[in-house]
Write a protein that binds this ligand. Structure first.
Ligand SMILES: [Zn+2]
Length: 254
């Protein structure tokens, strides 16, 4: 079943209409009806009653993501949320380790409290904290020394920071974030596979599969590392997907 990303987005955010100065383009996007003037939405193509949301030269029209470009944005935002949740959880874990690294017993108590507090929340999202590799790793560190605990906290914090930077960048569809996600995620894949050889769990497999798919999807869809024509082809695809661009090329033939 195909999802109409254009209509879905318009239903949520409202239509985007624009009155280009060029009369040949204007006539293609505009019509008079018994109810008043209507303008064609740059995203879904429906005619919308009322004044246009903007006006000016066609080149200055908002670049409205449509179709495949829009779908890619949805996928990126899903990955961004997933990484943000993971990042926040790892920050909490890092704080727990660091704050009470002086006393292993206190760490254990605090960590268990954290777990008790967050267990129902994570369970609600079908995330089993008791079988989380991160939690398991931290529980192992209870047997370690003060300096080791500090190092673990620092490493966790660094990892969480990468996840959160990825999340913010992916949310805003920044190209650097796509590169960062692909490189950082790919770099951690061997560790995840090694983890699986130690102990197999559904969550670990799901995480590994999600991360492999994320790396492939972003690299191919966003044409990173010069794949499928690279940056130039990506910008071209984005522009050619905009409705005004389509209308403009059609208008040029008239
Ligand atoms: Zn629309």
């Amino acid at each position: 079943m195909a999802i109409d990303w254009n209509r879905r987005t318009c239903a949520r955010k409202g239509h985007v209409t624009y009155a280009p100065d060029d009369p040949r383009l204007r006539i293609r996007l505009h019509a008079q009806t018994a109810l008043g003037e209507v303008w064609r939405c740059l995203r879904c193509g429906d005619f919308v009653l009322g004044e246009p949301h903007g006006a000016g030269p066609a080149a200055e029209a908002p670049l409205v993501p449509r179709g495949k470009v829009l779908r890619d944005l949805f996928v990126l935002r899903f990955l961004a949320l997933e990484r943000a949740v993971r990042g926040v959880f790892i920050v909490l874990a890092a704080v727990a380790v660091w704050k009470f690294s002086n006393s292993k017993d206190a760490v254990r108590r605090l960590f268990d409290e954290y777990l008790d507090v967050f267990r129902p929340v994570f369970r609600h999202f079908h995330y089993d904290l008791d079988h989380s590799p991160v939690v398991g790793t931290i529980q192992k560190t209870f047997g370690y020394q003060h300096s080791t605990l500090l190092l673990v906290a620092a490493l966790l914090l660094a990892y969480a920071l990468i996840e959160i930077i990825e999340a913010v960048g992916l949310w805003y569809a920044k190209r650097w974030a796509e590169y960062l996600t692909v490189v950082a995620t790919a770099a951690f894949l061997p560790l995840e596979i090694y983890e699986l050889t130690e102990h197999v769990s559904a969550l670990k497999i799901a995480t590994l599969v999600l991360n492999i798919l994320a790396v492939l999807y972003i690299a191919v869809a966003k044409r990173l590392f010069g794949l499928r024509g690279g940056r130039r082809a990506f910008d071209e695809e984005r522009r050619s997907a905009s409705l005004l661009e389509v209308e403009e090329s059609a208008g040029a033939l008239v």
